[in-house]
Unconditional design. Sequence first.
Length: 88
Amino acid sequence: MSTKTCDHLDSLTTAAEPGSTVCEQCVTMGDTWVHLRSCLGCGMVGCCDNSKNQHARGHWEQHGHPLVTSIEPGESWRYCFADDLLVM
């Protein structure tokens, strides 16, 4: 049985700090979000896949930054869009 792994986390030298406490794109659109994710590559904050606009996923698709972390209180997980994998 093979285990799926993520090499993207190993290649990340320094995790970027979140650049905001809101999804700026949703704010500009006058929309709301469900949860927020921060790109570990550049710090861009976007809304999660459960939000209608899915700005965090869109950021990955546009800029190729696959790793995000939750910035929700009490959460400390990381996720790789490219590998569809929760990484720690």
